[in-house]
Design a protein around this ligand. Structure first.
Ligand code: ZN
Length: 341
């Protein structure tokens, strides 16, 4: 399988993350992508450099205000008195009707939903490069490749059209799906990250042309809490085109693969011409986040099942944090996918 990569991710190295009020270094570190790349190369997959596409593909799923904010935020923030090196908001408009503010601190709270998406000096460059990785992989598939894997970092599936969150800034999965929509009338997204793909759901929530399906730890007890529940089925023209399959926290291979069957049944009914897999590896039993307990064999089986759909497929890297199994789980998924073809 062709692997698309850009080493520009490394300029984004977020330092701020809060767990139960305690500041820690973010788990979303450059080492993640370095290990994933080494593992994929070690398994014999061919690596291709991402092409330059600029902002166009990201602008197809994100708003102008948000893209402007991401570009200027870190540069303008450090000019404020006593500012930190990373943009971290301390106020949010929350759930009530609100007015878009002029002040940077207000814009930060508008566009950053949590404390897990600090914007540093390299964030924009890395996020843009990740969207170009996803676009390049989508173009390979549009050009006739049966599948391609976009090794994106930072991840993207928690990013809404105008809001960062959960380590994510530009929604690489949505960028790839929208790119595929340029050719195909119906595109499906299957998100197997341990976290609900709330940003992706949000971007396509009112559209019937992109089916969004997510398998994840139950948000009643797990991030992102407010989204990912089974009753969220889409709205307006998109009603019935979003499927959430939450699992009890700590679930292992058997329920995870059963949810995979349910997902594939729905995708089969939708009859898409192309598929995007939001490939989080943080459902692993070895992942430090400990939301689900999927084994290497489980990743292999899931990928094999998905591949039997026979669809042109873009695999987009989402979460998955440092453990000895991170690279091995990627190799298991990719080899399972190849075996199912
Ligand atoms: Zn995740």
């Amino acid at each position: 399988m062709k692997i698309v990569y850009s080493d520009k991710h490394a300029v984004h190295d977020p330092q701020t993350f809060f767990v139960r009020g305690v500041k820690q270094r973010s788990a979303e570190q450059p080492e993640r992508a370095i290990r994933l790349l080494a593992a994929a190369q070690g398994a014999g997959h061919e690596v291709i450099a991402a092409k330059v596409h600029g902002m166009g593909p990201a602008a197809a799923v994100h708003t102008p205000d948000y893209l402007d904010f991401l570009q200027i935020a870190a540069l303008e923030w450090v000019k404020l008195a006593n500012a930190s090196a990373e943009v971290v908001p301390n106020v949010h408009p929350a759930r009530y009707p609100a007015t878009y503010p002029k002040a940077l601190a207000g814009r930060a709270g508008w566009h950053q939903v949590d404390l897990a998406c600090p914007i540093g000096p390299g964030t924009w460059e890395a996020a843009l490069a990740a969207s170009e990785v996803a676009t390049t992989a989508a173009d390979l598939v549009l050009g006739g490749a049966r599948e391609a894997y976009a090794l994106c970092r930072p991840p993207g599936h928690h990013a809404y059209a105008d809001m960062a969150g959960g380590f994510c800034f530009l929604n690489n999965t949505a960028v790839a799906a929208q790119r595929l929509r340029g050719r195909h009338p119906r595109v499906a997204i299957l998100d197997v990250d341990v976290h609900h793909g709330n940003g992706t759901q949000g971007i396509f929530y009112e559209r019937p042309d992109v089916l969004t399906v997510s398998i994840h730890a139950d948000p009643a007890h797990y991030y992102p809490y407010y989204w990912g529940h089974a009753h969220e089925v889409g709205a307006g023209a998109g009603q019935g085109f979003n499927l959430n399959l939450p699992l009890p926290v700590g679930s292992g291979d058997e329920p995870w693969l059963a949810a995979g069957e349910a997902a594939l049944t729905r995708i089969g009914q939708f009859a898409p011409e192309a598929l995007v897999i939001a490939l989080g590896l943080d459902a692993s039993e070895s992942d430090p986040l400990q939301g689900l307990k999927v084994t290497g064999a489980g990743f292999h089986s899931m990928a094999r099942k998905i591949a039997t759909l026979g669809l042109p497929t873009v695999l987009v890297q989402e979460g998955g944090y440092l453990s000895d199994d991170l690279g091995r789980n990627l190799v298991q998924f990719l080899s399972g996918f190849d075996a199912g073809r």
